[in-house]
Design a binder for this molecule. Structure first.
Ligand code: HEC
Length: 106
């Protein structure tokens, strides 16, 4: 009986948590989608010096320049970072992907 109600409470918790997380992360779902299709290859592991998603210090250094400067590099490329991350995404979707990466790195 006790075991059973514990399980039930865990289920309620899980059901309550999932939508809350989804709302917090998905400002524009296209950003996460683009990240997972085009940017993850370099930014998940930090290939060639790419700021690694989840690395707070690396992203603090990126964002301290201001979002305009960050988007300049994202659109035009820099070093091993290809223009638009080698994607054909438009500026708004690229920005959403960058915002997603920043949100995952705080
Ligand atoms: C081929 C590997 C690669 C891919 C794919 C890639 N990046 Fe990068 N990215 C890099 C590297 C390397 C850097 C670091 C550039 C530097 O500072 O010299 C970087 C830097 C960045 C930065 C930091 C810019 C700054 O202001 O310092 C952002 C934002 C970024 N990438 C976004 C993206 C997005 C969005 C995508 C997908 C659309 C993407 N990247 C795909 C390699 C990649």
């Amino acid at each position: 009986m006790f075991k059973r109600s514990g399980k039930f409470a865990a289920l309620i918790l899980a059901a309550g948590l999932v939508p809350a997380l989804a709302v917090a992360q998905d400002a524009n779902p296209a950003g996460e989608k683009l990240y997972k299709s085009a940017c993850i290859a370099c930014h998940a592991a930090g290939v060639a010096g790419a700021p690694k998603v989840g690395d707070k210090a690396a992203w603090a250094k990126v964002t301290e320049k201001g979002m305009d400067a960050v988007m300049q590099i994202t659109i035009n490329g820099k070093g091993a970072m290809p223009p638009r991350g080698a994607s054909t995404a438009d500026d708004a979707t690229l920005r959403a992907a960058v915002e997603y990466m920043i949100a995952q790195s705080q």
